[in-house]
Design a protein around this ligand. Structure first.
Ligand SMILES: Cc1cc2nc3c(=O)[nH]c(=O)nc-3n(C[C@H](O)[C@H](O)[C@H](O)COP(=O)(O)O)c2cc1C
Length: 181
């Protein structure tokens, strides 16, 4: 991240549209969650297009989700009005490495036809064991972490997750994307 020459913070922007509505005297009342889902989906689609376009031009990219830890602070630093939410950071640059492709769920676990079907325990176990083996080979884990389960357990500590949820709620509320109650 530090070495990437370009950082793009892709934002969900309802401010511009609502300002235009005001100008045109269009009367409407978007609820916070209506604003959230439509603009976050729009922003995510745009972000993915940027990553694909960068790739096509021979650049590398990485999405960074840490913006979700400090959305209000980022909004302040960049002078966002209400109703603008930083959704994801996209760092661009010329890659100095070509990391191997990470493990993927098999198609039958992600593609459901005419209704959701939870993958079987056997499929899950096989996916986990294959993925874990590949990740160990890739040297993916930090020192002291022996497998993917330990990696997740360390990453998603209960107390950290509780605090994060509180921060998210507060920030989303202050930016206009979460109901007060
Ligand atoms: C919403 C989102 C947030 C991400 N946040 C981070 C991050 O904070 N740090 C990081 O190293 N990679 C982050 N990534 C990148 C992923 O770890 C992964 O490298 C990327 O999605 C490419 O997928 P692949 O490696 O499975 O091919 C994020 C990806 C997405 C889609």
């Amino acid at each position: 991240m530090e070495e990437a020459p370009v950082w793009i913070i892709v934002c969900a922007d309802m401010a511009r549209q609502l300002e235009l509505f005001k100008m045109l005297r269009i009367e409407t009342k978007f609820g916070e969650l209506g604003k959230l889902i439509s603009s976050v989906v729009d922003a995510s689609l745009a972000a993915e297009n940027m990553a694909i376009a960068a790739e096509m031009l021979g650049l590398g990219s990485v999405f960074v989700g840490s913006v979700w830890d400090a959305m209000k602070r980022i909004a302040e630093i960049l002078g966002f009005p209400a109703d603008v939410l930083p959704v994801v950071l996209l760092c661009l640059g010329y890659s100095d490495e070509a990391p191997p492709i990470r493990p993927r769920w098999p198609l039958e676990a992600v593609l459901h036809e005419n209704g959701y079907k939870m993958p079987s325990k056997g499929l899950m176990k096989k996916y986990y064991e294959d993925a874990n083996r590949r990740l160990v080979e890739m040297n993916y884990f930090k020192k002291g972490i022996r497998n993917w389960a330990e990696h997740w357990q360390a990453k998603f500590q209960t107390e950290d997750m509780r605090k994060w949820e509180e921060t998210l709620k507060k920030d989303l509320r202050e930016l206009g994307f979460c109901p007060k109650h």
